[in-house]
Design a protein. Structure first.
Length: 159
């Protein structure tokens, strides 16, 4: 099947089997290895990317469904959302780091929808992404820091 995707702002055309997960298209066909394979069943969130602006488990969406989509991976996120990545570093969130790409992608999409979240909103939004190291409190703190960094860079205006 021939599919068209826009990945990190670049139009791509690929010949892939229609049931190929987007995760493998990104990693194997496009060489974008920042997106991680975790569980393969959409349960852990390590493979989270943005599809048409929404946080999406890339292992759970196939080529046929992803056709014509706008996809942003962690490699493309830095061009538009450095506040979340900077906050992750400043709060020293990662321990093993494996899940953190998915956590950052989920947090970035969440903050676009909710630029001033409460702790409860953060916990609810991020609970679907699993961190085996248990850095959830640092993740929450980093999200609050990203809010502050964004406010500082925009003079307090939402994005």
């Amino acid at each position: 099947m021939r599919i068209r995707l826009t990945v990190n702002g670049t139009a791509r055309e690929l010949d892939v089997a229609p049931d190929t997960p987007l995760l493998w298209i990104l990693r194997d066909d496009l060489g974008l290895t920042g997106t991680k394979y975790g569980c393969g069943i959409g349960a852990c969130g390590a493979c989270t990317v943005h599809v048409n602006g929404n946080a999406t488990r890339s292992c759970g969406i196939n080529a046929a469904t992803a056709n014509s989509a706008q996809v942003t991976t962690i490699e493309g996120l830095g061009a538009g959302d450095t506040a979340v990545q900077r906050a992750w570093i400043e709060e020293d969130v990662a321990q093993c780091g494996y899940c953190q790409v998915g956590q950052i992608m989920a947090a970035s999409a969440f903050l676009r929808l909710n630029p001033r979240p409460t702790d409860a909103q953060i916990d609810a939004a991020m609970s679907a992404n699993i961190c085996r190291c248990g850095t959830y409190q640092r993740i929450r703190k980093a999200i609050h820091r990203a809010v502050a960094l964004t406010a500082a860079s925009t003079g307090g205006r939402d994005r």
